[in-house]
Design a protein around this ligand. Structure first.
Ligand code: ADP
Ligand code: MG
Length: 226
């Protein structure tokens, strides 16, 4: 996948605040190149999750420019940001966000059930099964999430994020709930996807021991907030 815009993420004078509370985020400039593996670090409450949500178009900025994969999110309304998200973003939630009433396979295919823009074909199903096999959870596809270990659930959540082949992967503490062996394994799987697809990864992490695998560190201590 080639990206005509070398910076897949370009932020200028971005400001954001929640309607309630006193948190304000201000990012003067931030660029992340296409193909980067970027780690976001910083103290709890410094705005890492907030920025991930801004990048995914889940919340709109108050002011400034936020361009993701060539799309100026600051110019889009809610519906267009949602369309952008479906087409471009794979999101890995810290708490997995798997649905207990669905099997692992149906969880993986869930994006296709809720987005009319995505078409669930037999090829998609095969692709999902291939992904699960790569992640070593192919024998769990007919099970429900509560029968899986934490590491298996996290791998299933990653499969769900990858199944649409997104060019940008946003992961909010993807290794937060895992034991050390699983942490580095899960990260290797994410890196492998990025390398194989020419995709970009932005991952929040508290595991400073894992930072050497990333090629870019974004430290939230550098940004204004009050
Ligand atoms: P981090 O991920 O770095 O721990 P967050 O982006 O989750 O930080 O939160 C940044 C700040 O915004 C925190 O002070 C948090 O309490 C506050 N916050 C997060 N979500 C909301 C919300 N929906 N409404 C009001 N304040 C929020
Ligand atoms: Mg957070």
């Amino acid at each position: 996948m080639t990206d005509p815009n070398p910076a897949t993420i370009a932020i200028e004078s971005l400001t954001f605040h929640y309607r309630e509370g006193h948190f304000h985020l201000h990012i003067p400039t931030l660029e992340i190149d296409a193909g980067a593996k970027a780690a976001m670090i910083g103290p709890s409450g410094s705005g890492k999750t907030t920025l991930i949500h801004l990048l995914a178009g889940i919340v709109p900025a108050d002011s400034g420019r936020i361009t993701v994969h060539g799309t100026p999110l600051h110019q889009l309304n809610d519906a267009d940001r949602r369309r952008f998200r479906i087409a471009n973003i794979g999101f890995v939630f810290q708490d997995f966000a798997l649905l207990d009433y669905l099997t692992i396979l149906d969880n993986m295919l869930y994006p296709y059930r809720i987005n009319r823009a995505l078409n669930l074909t037999p090829q998609v199903r095969e692709h999902a099964i291939r992904l699960a096999t790569m992640m070593g959870i192919e024998d769990k596809l007919k099970r429900h999430p509560h029968h899986l270990s934490q590491g298996e659930k996290q791998r299933a959540a990653i499969c769900r994020a990858l199944v649409t082949r997104p060019p940008l992967l946003l992961a909010d503490e993807p290794t937060g709930n895992l034991d050390p062996a699983n942490k580095s394994h899960i990260l290797q799987l994410l890196f492998q996807y990025v390398d194989d697809h020419g995709a970009t990864l932005v991952a929040v992490t508290h595991d400073h021991g894992l930072l050497s695998g990333f090629d870019r560190i974004v430290d939230f201590q550098a940004f204004d907030r009050h």
